[in-house]
Design a protein around this ligand. Structure first.
Ligand code: PGA
Length: 244
């Protein structure tokens, strides 16, 4: 079975109502045959993005979700059912910035993925090693552990997620993994997914730009990209979608 191909923008903590309106006006028309497009926007802009993207094929996404599934006293948290209520289709979980700055563990990331799935959302599960881990020869081990936690928590439902391999040393640094480096880790992730590996899209993320997108996307186990900085510039994001 062929795998879906995706380019998903991760705006991170960027945007304003005015800037979003002009960016989304360009993003609306980007999906094309063979290239699915999503944008993961800050919570406060979900309603705006939902309205602008309403009649488009662009998937609306959020950047994080609570692992708590029942409503209650969790100040500041946003549940998966709230996101579904807000028209969200997909949500990033386990981004390295969440793991690094908010102490998110493999177990919490897996719980967030489960909460997302239970509410009918597609979790975009991010994994990736730090530079120190790569230099110590531990890239495959670290990524294997991160993927393994999600597989253990979700069981067969892991077939419903999107995976994103984002080497921490390549995020926002201008330093991209080579197509070969991406491919070998993607292949190991696909193997770790077991039977689901045949259908789960695995996106690459980390300094993807118009100039390097084609060579990365041409690798057999790379099914698209999770795009940070370049997703904030309409022309750059469009060129990356075109590369897919
Ligand atoms: P970048 O970010 O494209 O700015 O490197 C990617 C990401 O963190 O999702």
């Amino acid at each position: 079975m062929s795998r879906a191909r995706w380019v998903v923008g991760n705006w991170k903590m960027n945007g304003s109502f005015a800037a979003n309106a002009s960016l989304l006006a360009e993003v609306v028309g980007l999906p094309r045959d063979g290239a699915n497009v999503g944008v993961c926007v800050p919570f406060v802009y979900l309603a705006q993005a939902r309205q602008i993207l309403a009649d488009s094929r662009v998937a609306l996404g959020a950047q994080d979700v609570s692992a708590q599934t029942a409503p209650g006293a969790f100040t500041g948290e946003i549940s998966a059912s709230m996101l579904a209520d807000a028209g969200v289709a997909q949500v990033i979980v386990g981004h390295s910035e969440r793991r690094q700055y908010h102490g998110e563990t493999d177990a919490l990331v897996a719980a967030k993925a489960a909460a997302a799935l239970a509410a009918g959302l597609v979790p975009i599960v991010c994994v990736g090693e730090t530079l120190a881990e790569r230099d110590a020869g531990q890239a495959f081990e670290v990524v294997g552990r991160q993927v393994g936690a999600v597989v253990a928590a979700l069981g067969e439902s892991v077939s419903q997620v999107l995976l994103a391999y984002e080497p921490v040393w390549a995020i926002g640094t201008g330093r991209t993994a080579s197509p070969e480096q991406a491919q070998e880790v993607h292949a190991s992730i696909r193997a770790a997914l077991g039977a689901a590996g045949a259908t789960v899209p695995i996106l690459y993320g980390g300094s993807v730009k118009a100039a390097n997108a084609s060579s990365i996307f041409s690798m057999p186990d790379v099914d698209g990209g999770l795009i940070g900085g370049a997703s904030l510039v309409a022309a750059d994001f469009a060129a990356i979608v075109a590369a897919l």
